[in-house]
Design a protein around this ligand. Structure first.
Ligand code: ZN
Length: 104
């Protein structure tokens, strides 16, 4: 899933350097977050979300109203499924069980 950090940064005409200085991280770290090579900690997501004045889930690329949460009966993991795939659930992304799960 693609996050919206880069999209929001460009929309606000900000450079990597400007945003990373504001939220207190190295700009190559921010760059890795944008490309998905590194996953920010929740605390960092929150800082970035506050900075862009959006919700954490929006920044992460999730539109809450478009997703529903599934809990796998086999492994207990919860995961988000696009609402339109609710009826096509095939396999859990964590354990690949066939019961509760889905496939994108
Ligand atoms: Zn599972």
């Amino acid at each position: 899933m693609k996050n919206r950090i880069k999209q929001l940064r460009q929309k606000n005409h900000l450079t990597l350097k400007e945003v990373s200085q504001k939220v207190g991280m190295a700009n190559n770290t921010l760059s890795r977050y944008e490309t998905g090579k590194r996953e920010p900690k929740l605390e960092t997501w929150q800082k970035l979300a506050d900075y862009f004045n959006v919700s954490v889930t929006y920044l992460q690329g999730i539109d809450d109203e478009d997703y529903i949460e599934f809990a796998c009966n086999e492994c207990g993991h919860t995961f988000k499924v696009p609402r339109e795939l609710e009826t096509k659930v095939v396999s859990c992304p964590f354990c690949s069980c066939q019961e509760t799960s889905y496939e994108v």
